[in-house]
Write a protein that binds this ligand. Structure first.
Ligand code: 0X9
Ligand code: ZN
Length: 488
């Protein structure tokens, strides 16, 4: 039976002329059948093995014929898969390209001490600017960069909404409001690349919204920018296609596309410690590896982070091959691999939006997805800054490189001894934070030998009794932190 189904679907796909499409949800599909569909070039838009369904995008004229097939299926609302005519000029409640520009520019006007005006980091295939926005507080010192991106897939505006919301939350809460915002902006530099595929996004406005790839039509209908990155590019054809008209077409070579080169060069220059590359949809939180059915050396860390990050929104977490399907030439794997720069703890949320455009007429739904992703973003920043002592129960151990073993005595009276273990010799810097995340003191050691040492800190007279956090970091970016109490 299955083979006839595939034959029928194959005919449907190849017989179709480009036109309106509909999302169709097929129930009770085995993982093997999903992989078959992907290999046959179907536009598989969401896989949910927890609930036993898969969504595919089909040309509108073929949807009725799909009803004849044996799957239990449902045609999803039209607005899940395309921009409705009334929203074709402005993406409805999502932010269209102009609204993005207005929002990100106004952020620097409204919060000049926190946000820079958008900065162009390069041009797309059709010569549109790809821009970034940098947010940070006025505190000085090394403030690790954390990277956020969205719309590498041009039909996934829900991720862009989440970035806009997070930037609003960070800036709006920096002074007063939620002290976690001050902690993040005082201790890190948060970068946003809100439209990673501007040509596709601009094209989608008057054209219904089904463009996922970039607009380089030299060989087909675009290149999947999330298959064009240079780590394990072309590893195999699972979830990455050599055929130019497939939705997962990887391009003629790694980094063949200007959009991926622009992000690559910016990231290499920036050396972020962590990245959230937003996609939609499904309600997942994914992390490396994607290219093969193996766990990364940091599996325990990713599992611990993801477990805590999804505590509120209940997103399913894991590697792409555990949750969805294998992918290669993908952004996260390249960011994490450590080939071109130190490892970036890169994760991909798949926002639980209603399909691609399902919230276009419903602000409350956009607010919902933003609300459910905001705690995930906040915790991600805290976790990547080493502030949260998350331990996971993943399968693979990681070797600690720098540990803050104890603060002695604790409570501290006039001076404290921080006992640390370091895997090699390096300078170590120590920062002391209060509970709202403000840096109240800091010092740097000379070169410390590998092994165990004690760093002594005299408590400044002016600091009041209370709970504080010491955070140590070395030149390689290893860090650890520990809380302690000061008594007077
Ligand atoms: O296929 C993709 O590129 C992503 N899914 S989407 O439906 N938005 O296209 C998933 C990429 C997952 N990759 C890793 N987490 N490594
Ligand atoms: Zn995507």
């Amino acid at each position: 039976m299955r083979k006839y189904l595939f034959l029928a679907l194959t005919i449907l796909v190849f017989a179709s002329v480009v036109s309106a499409h509909r999302l169709v949800r097929l129930y009770d599909v085995s993982r093997g059948s999903v992989i078959d569909m992907i290999e046959k070039g179907y536009d598989v838009t969401c896989v949910d093995m927890r609930h036993g369904y898969v969504d595919i995008m089909l040309p509108e004229q073929d949807v009725d014929q799909a009803a004849l097939l044996s799957y239990d299926y449902e045609v999803l609302p039209r607005e899940w898969g395309e921009l409705l005519p009334e929203n074709m000029d402005d993406a409805g409640e999502y932010y269209d390209p102009e609204e993005n520009w207005t929002f990100w520019s106004s952020l620097s006007a409204d919060y000049p001490e926190l946000a820079n005006p958008p900065v162009t980091i390069g041009q797309s295939y059709q010569s549109r600017d790809i821009y970034m926005i940098r947010l940070t507080g006025p505190t000085s010192g090394y403030k690790p960069p954390i990277y956020f991106s969205s719309l590498i897939h041009a039909r996934e505006p829900g991720g862009n909404s989440v970035l806009i919301d997070f930037a609003m939350w960070l800036t709006g809460n920096y002074d007063g409001g939620d002290t976690r915002a001050a902690y993040i902006l005082d201790n890190s530099t948060v970068y946003f690349v809100p439209i990673a595929n501007p040509d596709g996004y601009v094209y989608n406005m008057p054209n219904g919204g089904n463009q996922r790839k970039n607009m380089n039509f030299t060989l087909g209908d675009g290149i999947d920018l999330n298959r064009n990155w240079g780590y394990k590019w072309d590893y195999d054809d699972l979830g990455s296609s050599p055929y130019p008209n497939d939705q997962t077409y990887r391009g003629t070579s790694a980094f063949s596309e200007p959009e991926t080169r622009v992000q690559r060069d910016f990231i290499i220059d920036l050396e972020p410690i962590a990245a959230m590359n937003y996609h939609t949809y499904g309600g997942y939180l994914l992390y490396p590896w994607g290219y093969e059915d193996i766990l990364s050396p940091d599996s325990i860390l990713f599992t611990g982070w993801a477990d805590a990050m999804t505590a509120e929104n209940n997103y399913t977490y894991g590697t792409a091959w555990q949750i969805l399907y294998n992918v290669n030439g993908e952004n996260n794997d390249w960011s994490y691999c450590g080939d071109s720069l130190p490892k970036i703890y890169a994760m991909t949320p798949e926002v639980d939006d209603k399909g691609f455009w399902g919230s276009q007429n419903d602000t409350t739904e956009i607010v919902r997805i933003c609300n459910e992703c905001r705690p995930m973003n906040i915790l991600f920043c805290f976790a990547s800054l080493g502030y949260v002592g998350i331990s996971g129960d993943g399968e693979v151990g990681i070797e600690p490189l720098l540990l803050l073993n104890s603060v002695y005595p604790n409570p501290v009276l006039s001076s404290a001894s921080f006992r640390i273990t370091s895997s090699g010799s390096s300078n170590v810097s120590v920062m002391i934070y209060d509970t709202s995340g403000r840096i109240i003191d800091s010092f740097e050691t000379g070169s410390i030998k590998g092994g165990t040492s004690s760093l002594v800190w005299g408590v400044p007279h002016e600091i009041p009794a209370g709970v504080y956090t010491a955070r140590i970091s070395d030149a390689a970016g290893n860090c650890d932190s520990r809380r302690f109490t000061v008594m007077r």
